[in-house]
Design a protein around this ligand. Structure first.
Ligand code: FMN
Length: 328
């Protein structure tokens, strides 16, 4: 799939996820086959007020290209400024968030609130497209609720103002994350536009990914939660799309290597004090479903230093290799 001049190969992407798809995890997802990663959302207003955290969110790792920076906001001028800042930070595309359902985002008219104000949403996109020399994409939900499926109309308008691809999370704002994704929303958008459409929502297995492409006509899939503790999902999906065959699951050693890499990268970018509390849940995701995982996952919750976290992963590997070798 192409977005502007960018070739997205394989057509399997890491979803933008605040608190998860940071620089450390994006580099790992790329190394495991994600064709494109998108940053956590960066709030345009915070950025224009000089928020250090927002600038930090836009820092990119050389190992993660191709990469897009996602910006969120509903003020067309602030959004154009945010897009320029993202361009200066060497993003290769700008993604606009028109799907975030969180109350504190929506109350400012940002994120999925834009699905209720198509005029403004279109103006935001048009300003951003004019402001930068990069391809601009938009991530939408289907609409505000089941009675206002505005996504397909909005998609048509976004294409007209120069948006180069759309990611469609197949839920409404009202669905939040509770109801199962309804992939027919992706088909509805695909039928209305000529630009690439990226399907998103509840892809958990390689079979899901292929079924989503077949059922909706989408050009690519975007994976969020299924990558938690399982960045191999990208290569498994890509391999299955290409060959119809399954790759074997990661070995215990591969799991421990990547968990350690994730941990070390997080400490390098955030410092031990911030990284370790965040890595408690991340590490427990890597160990999910493995021998003695409930014991190790409980240990994860108590981690307080980098050294303890490294030791826990090493101990888990030793256990998996020597005490439960049939599993590895
Ligand atoms: C923890 C978390 C944070 C998220 N943050 C963002 C975000 O910053 N921007 C965005 O567009 N979507 C965000 N999302 C939505 C995801 O990108 C994706 O649309 C959603 O998780 C559905 O895909 P999945 O079923 O593959 O997880 C977030 C989702 C989760 C679970």
């Amino acid at each position: 799939m192409r977005i502007g001049d960018l070739v997205i190969d394989p057509p399997v992407m890491l979803a933008p996820m605040a608190g998860v798809s940071n620089r450390a995890f994006r580099a790992i997802a790329r190394s495991q086959g994600a064709g494109l990663c998108i940053t956590e959302m960066v709030n345009a207003n915070a950025l224009t007020h000089g928020s250090a955290k927002s600038y930090w969110l836009m820092e990119l790792d050389p190992g993660e290209y191709p990469v897009g920076i996602q910006i969120a906001g509903s003020d067309p001028i602030a959004m154009a400024e945010a897009a320029k800042a993202a361009e200066r930070h060497n993003a290769q595309l700008i993604d606009i968030n028109m799907g975030c359902p969180v109350a504190k985002v929506v109350k400012n008219g940002d994120g999925s609130a834009l699905l209720k104000d198509i005029e403004r949403a279109t103006e935001v996109a048009a300003r951003v497209v004019d402001a930068v020399n990069l391809p601009v994409t938009v991530k939408i939900r289907a609409g505000w609720d089941a009675d206002s499926i505005t996504g397909p109309d909005l998609a048509e308008r976004l294409e007209r103002v120069g948006v180069r691809a759309l990611a469609v999370h197949a839920r409404t704002r009202e669905d939040q994350y509770m109801r199962p994704a309804n992939w027919s929303y992706i088909s509805m958008v695909k039928q209305r536009v000529g630009i690439p459409v990226i399907g998103n929502g509840d892809v958990e297995t390689p079979e899901d990914a292929v079924r989503m492409l077949q059922e909706t006509g989408a050009d690519a899939v975007m994976i969020g939660r299924a990558s938690f503790g399982d960045p191999w999902i990208f290569s498994r999906v890509a391999h299955y799309m290409e060959t119809g065959q399954h790759l074997p699951p990661p070995t215990a050693e591969q799991r421990s290597i990547l968990a350690r890499e994730h941990l070390d990268r997080m400490v390098a970018i955030k410092g031990e004090k911030v990284a370790i509390p965040e890595m408690r849940k991340q590490l427990s995701w890597y160990l999910k479903g493995t021998p003695q995982s409930s014991r190790y996952r409980a240990e994860c919750n108590k981690l307080s230093s980098h050294r303890e976290a490294q030791a826990l992963v090493d101990d888990w590997l030793a256990h998996a290799q020597y005490e439960a070798p049939s599993w590895t």
